[in-house]
Design a protein around this ligand. Sequence first.
Ligand code: AG3
Length: 281
Amino acid sequence: EKERAFIEWYPRGYGVGFKVKERLFETQTEYQRLEIYETEGFGKLLVLDGTVQLVEVGEESYHETLVHPVMLAHPNPRRVLVIGGGDGGTLREVLRHKTVEKATMVEIDEGVVEASYLYLDVASELLDKLIKKEEPRGELIIGDGVRYLKETDERFDVIIVDSTDPVGPAKLLFSEEFYRSAYEKLNERGLYITQAGSVYLFTNELLDAYRAMKRVFDRVYYFSFPVIGYASPWSFLVGVKGDIDFRKVDVERGRELELYYYDPERHETLFQMPKYVRDLL
Ligand code: AG3
């Protein structure tokens, strides 16, 4: 019998693939083509426009890394904004922090939220509550994050961008103009984090984003982590506003979270980068 696979093709023919049993769902949403597969060994797979967003087994390797380093570096993160993240994994991790009073998620594509709620074991209980407006500390807004950030009167301690790649529709989320509105909407002390693509395969996009962030934030940090399902190592960029040291995290709060991938006690290990990239940055 013929073996089936889903392969995401990165530039120059670098592939990341999963053996799949079947495709459970596919649709063209208002914004993108969405597919969900049942994989052989990693649970369900969410694909947007041909790119892997997550596999259920190991999604924490991404969500823990995107959320907890900034949340533990901030002394008291109370108000958090997530842009994108329609599958709910990022907001799920944010809400594990007891300091959080309110976390808002602005996702442009309602189709991603619906499909994730229906098919994925990532955060379906949370998504259900958000849709019914029954999550006391969480709010879901279906809308354009760029516009939201420009227009909102709210201020945030932490802003997390969980978007698709810095090519295509998410491109604006990697622009200097967007970073400026994020900086403006952070409290006096605040942290901004974005995923910034594959270190090896999107090096130029990573450099562009880093340079644009440097023009806006008081300090900018880069780090990388191996993410299951992506062409790893995967890069992350952190922008600091005001008096916060991102090189230090609250290890005590970190221990209580009982994390699986990101190790707050070894926070300094995040900052490794291949030498050629560090030389360019
Ligand atoms: N958001 C980041 C996806 C980037 C993956 N890029 C790729 N596979 N080319 C993931 C959403 C998870 N909440």
